[in-house]
Design a protein around this ligand. Structure first.
Ligand SMILES: [Zn+2]
Length: 351
């Protein structure tokens, strides 16, 4: 069965505003050219055709939400055909999630690949959330390897780890370099992707030097040139997530603050004092310098809490604008959302 989309203007990483026909056979693009014909034809004169996009960093659930596929439909309708879920945030194990995920595999939904639960340093960032076990906390390289093995056997597609302060606490436990190396080696041996949450250049260096093959964020402080060079030399892509850095965050209502213990109030005050406009500038500049050096940029938005805001599951215009601001050409931005994201997510048949 072949379908021919005729007379649309095509825009992808190579073509720009070129009028041509697209021939699709059993869901796969077979040919692009002039005067093509299929079993069924649709005249799309006056329309523009873009490739389906991939968002390589989202969270299907966070903060006690339950699973809901409204966002998957919304993404697909907006042209985001696949998303990579970088870690459950609702304190659930991967079992129920994976069972639910299998029920969402329908043509009207975006495809999901997932890390399942994040693998966290014991007591570290993402180990516990709101008093609940959230990530799988590990103390040793052997425990990290076992956690990865179990999750991949269950049906998760890759590995998400994190190096960060939890609630700005400088004493947050972190992985040892040995554990980072063991995680990278285990993911490589299993042939799955492995990406790290990181927002500070000092942690980025530890992750790069110990073999983590991809970063799930652009860090928020300037990355030294030698470290960028090292990332380019090792072919370590950065998943952009620029969009959520400088969004308006309304201050918490006073009654809510008054109910909090003093140390929580102090943390909230510190968070509210962060100059997020400067962080966005530094992050955009990191992408600019990384891209100029030949680094691979993957588009990801860190979109979360979809059941509360299904409107977030849409074409990520602000992320795309920020990538343009970082000096990527329009076609390089499309590469970041298609070819580069597909490679990072191991969706190579979509690349
Ligand atoms: Zn995230």
């Amino acid at each position: 069965m072949t379908i021919c989309l005729k007379n649309a203007k095509l825009c992808d990483a190579r073509l720009w505003n070129v009028k041509a026909d697209v021939l699709i056979e059993d869901g796969v693009i077979r040919d692009v050219g002039v005067g093509l014909a299929g079993d069924e034809s649709y005249d799309l004169a006056g329309c523009t055709l873009l490739p389906g996009l991939i968002d390589a960093h989202i969270h299907m659930v966070s903060g006690g939400e339950d699973f809901d596929d409204a966002s998957l439909k919304s993404w697909a309708q907006a042209g985001v055909l696949a998303v990579r879920d970088l870690g459950l945030g609702n304190g659930e194990s991967a079992d129920r999630y994976l069972a639910w995920l299998r029920t969402t595999a329908k043509p009207e939904n975006a495809l999901v690949v997932t890390a399942g639960q994040p693998v966290a340093a014991w007591g570290g960032y993402m180990h516990r959330m709101m008093g609940k076990e959230n990530g799988i906390g590990v103390k040793t390289p052997a425990e990290a390897e076992a956690a990865i093995e179990t999750q991949i056997q269950k049906g998760c597609h890759g590995v998400k780890i994190a190096m960060d302060y939890d609630m700005l606490d400088e004493n947050t436990p972190q992985y040892t370099p040995e554990t980072v190396r063991a995680i990278a080696a285990k993911a490589k041996a299993l042939g799955v992707w492995c990406t790290a949450h990181v927002q500070m250049a000092k942690f980025l260096r530890i992750l790069v030097e110990n073999g983590i093959p991809e970063m799930a964020h652009t860090v928020l402080d300037p990355i030294p040139d030698d470290l960028l060079d090292e990332m380019v030399a090792r072919d370590i892509p950065i998943c952009s997530t620029l969009q959520p850095i400088n969004v308006p965050r309304p201050p918490l209502p006073k009654e809510e603050l008054d109910r909090m213990p003093p140390h929580m109030r102090e943390t909230i005050a510190k968070i509210e004092a962060i100059d997020t406009a400067q962080q966005e500038k530094d992050a955009v500049d990191n992408i600019r310098r990384f891209h100029q050096k030949g680094g691979t940029v993957v588009m990801g938005t860190d979109t979360m809490r979809m059941t509360q805001q299904p409107g977030n599951a849409r074409i990520p215009l602000r992320e795309l604008h920020l990538l343009r601001q970082a000096g990527l050409s329009v076609q390089e931005v499309i590469d970041a959302c298609t070819k580069n994201a597909a490679r990072a997510c191991r969706l190579t048949d979509m690349a």
